[in-house]
Design a protein around this ligand. Structure first.
Ligand code: SAH
Ligand code: SF4
Ligand code: F3S
Length: 475
C-alpha cells in the first residue's frame, strides 16, 4: 500500500502510453515547454499537481516525467514533519545543479516551490536557496500561469496570499485526454483547510480555514471525470468528513450518495476523516451505498485520554472505539486504517501502552505511525517534557510491529476468498494486470489489459510483500 505521507505518488495508476499531448490554445510551436512536478505529502498535493499541470497546459506546457527535460520544475512540498521540510531543501540543492547544467547547454529553467512549505516559509525559501524563482502557496494555483511568466522575467516572486475568491472556480478543468492519461482512479478535492487545531499540526496554518466546495460543482467535476473513463473517485480533504458544502445538508453523506449515482462511477472512497465528524448520515451511507468501499482511514493519534486532551483532539479513546463500533454495525466488513503519533510531549510509557491497547482492541487493516516532530508555531512545540528521540524511536518500532502483524492477519484472512478488483494498470510482469480490492489492497492477476477500468471477481490465492495474488474467477 502507498505510504500516506512520504513522497506522494504523482503518477501511480496512470495508464501506460505516450507522454501527454495536451491541447494547446495560446501556444505556438516555439512556445512549447515542459513542466515537471515532484510532489510530497498527502493526496491533496497529488490532486494539486494535476491542477497545476492543467492550468499551465493552455500556455503551451506539457508534462514530463524527466526533471532534466523540464523548463519549469515545481516542487510540491509538505511541511507536516521536520524531515518532510528538510527533504525539500536537499532536493532544491540538486535542482540548482540541474539548472546550472541546463544553463551551460543554453537552456533556461524556472524553479518553483509550491505546497505547504511554500505557504509556511514564504520568502525565507529564496534566502535559503537563491536558485528558486517562484514561491507559490496552495491557495494561489489558479494564478500560476501569470506567476510563472513573472518569475521567468524577474526571479524572486512570492505569492502566499489567502485570496477571497474561490480558487476552484478559476482552476482549468482537465482536457479529456489528460484525464485518460491519468488512469481510471481519481482524487477530487471537496474541502480544504482545517479548523481543528490539533496542538501538534501545521495544516490549519498552511492550508487555512476549512472551506467546502458546493455539491453541484463537485458532482460536475466527477461527471467530467467519469465521461472520460474514470471508474473510482476518492473525495479528499484535510478533514473530508467536516464537508458542509452548499446543497449537502451539512454532511459528506449526501455527496457520497450522489457521487455513487454518477454514470460510470463504480467505486467511491473518501479521506481523511476526523472521528468527531463521523455523523449519522455518513454512517448510513456506509450501510446503504454498495459503491462506497468498505475501507475507512480514521486517524486517532493516541490511545491515552491525557495525551488526546493535550493534543486538542477533543475525543477520548472510548469515543473513538464507539465510532468504530457504529461504523462496523452499519458495514460489518469495513476495514480500518489510522494514523498514530508516538512521543508526543509528556507521553509516558504507560500512556504509550494505552495506544498499543487501543490498536489491539480495534484491529486495523493498516495504519501509519509517526514520531512526534515539533513544528514551529504550534502549541505542542512549546510544551515542556519533549520526549527523547531514542525513546520515540523505540516506541515507533514497537507500534509499527503490532500494526504490521495486524496488516498481515488482515491480508491472510482474504486468501481463499473471492473479492472484486478494479483493474488500474498493467502488472509487474508481462501478462499481468494490477488493481485494488475493496479494502485498498493491491492485487495482481494474470489477465488481459482490456480489463483495465473493469471491476472483476478475483479468487485470492496468495500473499506477496505488498500485494495479494489471485486468479480471475469464472462467472
Ligand atoms: N487531517 C488528518 C491528517 C492530517 S496530517 C487528521 O486529522 O487526522 C496526517 C498525519 O500526520 C496526522 O494524522 C498525524 O498522525 C501526523 N502528524 C501531523 N503532525 C505531526 C507532527 N507534528 N509530528 C508527527 N506526526 C504528525
Ligand atoms: Fe491537523 Fe488535526 Fe486538522 Fe488533522 S484535524 S489536519 S491533525 S489540525
Ligand atoms: Fe503535508 Fe500539507 Fe498535506 S503539510 S500532509 S502536504 S496538507
Amino acid at each position: 500500500m502507498t505510504a500516506f505521507f512520504e513522497p506522494a505518488r504523482v503518477n501511480a495508476g496512470r495508464l501506460p502510453g505516450p507522454e501527454q499531448n495536451m491541447e494547446e490554445t495560446a501556444a505556438t510551436a516555439a512556445g512549447r515547454r515542459k513542466v515537471h512536478v515532484k510532489s510530497y505529502g498527502c493526496q491533496m498535493n497529488v490532486y494539486d499537481a494535476d491542477r497545476m499541470v492543467d492550468v499551465l497546459a493552455p500556455q503551451g506546457f506539457s508534462e514530463t516525467e524527466r526533471m532534466e527535460d523540464a523548463d519549469l520544475v515545481i516542487l510540491n512540498t509538505c511541511h507536516i514533519r521536520e524531515r518532510a521540510t528538510e527533504k525539500v531543501f536537499s532536493e532544491l540543492g540538486k535542482v540548482r545543479l540541474l539548472k546550472a547544467r541546463r544553463a551551460a547547454a543554453g537552456k533556461t529553467t524556472t524553479i518553483a516551490v509550491a505546497g505547504c512549505v511554500a505557504q509556511a516559509e514564504g520568502a525565507e525559501i529564496l534566502r535559503r536557496q537563491a536558485a528558486v524563482d517562484l514561491v507559490v502557496g496552495p491557495q494561489s494555483y489558479h494564478r500560476l500561469s501569470d506567476l510563472v511568466a513573472r518569475a521567468a522575467a524577474a526571479p524572486g516572486v512570492v505569492d502566499t496570499d489567502f485570496p477571497t475568491e474561490d480558487k476552484f472556480d478559476h482552476l482549468a478543468p482537465p482536457a479529456p485526454e489528460a484525464i485518460r492519461a491519468r488512469g481510471v482512479t481519481s482524487f477530487v478535492t471537496v474541502q480544504e483547510g482545517c479548523d481543528k487545531f490539533c496542538s501538534f499540526c501545521v495544516v490549519p496554518y498552511t492550508r487555512g480555514a476549512e472551506v467546502s466546495r458546493p455539491l453541484v460543482k463537485v458532482i460536475a467535476e466527477i461527471e467530467r471525470l467519469a465521461a472520460a473513463g474514470v471508474r473510482e473517485v476518492t473525495l479528499i480533504g484535510q478533514n473530508v468528513n467536516a464537508y458542509h458544502g452548499a446543497g449537502a445538508n451539512g454532511s459528506l453523506g449526501p455527496l457520497l450518495r450522489q457521487t455513487a449515482r454518477v454514470p460510470g462511477i463504480a467505486r467511491v472512497r473518501y479521506t481523511t476523516s476526523h472521528p468527531r465528524d463521523m455523523d449519522e448520515e455518513l454512517i448510513a451511507a456506509h450501510a446503504e451505498e454498495p459503491a462506497l468501499m468498505p475501507f475507512l482511514h480514521l486517524p486517532v493519534q493516541s490511545g491515552s485520554d491525557r495525551v488526546l486532551a493535550a493534543m486538542n483532539r477533543r475525543h477520548s479513546g472510548a469515543d473513538y472505539i464507539a465510532v468504530v463500533e457504529r461504523v462496523r454495525r452499519a458495514r460489518p466488513d469495513i476495514a480500518l486504517s489510522s494514523d498514530f503519533i508516538v512521543g508526543f510531549p509528556g507521553e509516558t510509557e504507560a500512556e504509550f501502552g494505552e495506544t498499543l491497547a487501543l490498536v489491539r482492541a480495534v484491529r486495523f487493516a493498516s495504519a501509519y505511525a509517526f514520531k512526534y516532530s515539533p513544528r514551529a508555531g504550534t502549541p505542542a512545540a512549546e510544551m515542556a517534557d519533549q520526549v527523547a528521540d531514542d525513546c520515540k524511536r523505540d516506541r515507533l518500532s514497537r507500534l509499527q510491529q503490532l500494526i504490521e502483524e495486524q496488516r498481515l492477519d488482515f491480508n491472510r484472512a482474504l486468501v481463499g476468498r473471492t473479492v472484486e478488483v478494479l483493474f488500474e494498470k498493467s502488472g509487474r510482469h508481462p501478462g499481468q494486470i494490477a488493481g485494488k480490492s475493496p479494502y485498498l489492497q493491491a492485487v495482481q492477476v494474470a489477465g488481459p489489459t482490456t480489463l483495465i477500468g473493469e471491476v472483476a471477481k478475483v479468487a485470492i490465492t496468495g500473499l506477496g510483500a505488498n500485494s495479494l495474488f489471485g486468479q480471475l474467477a469464472v462467472g
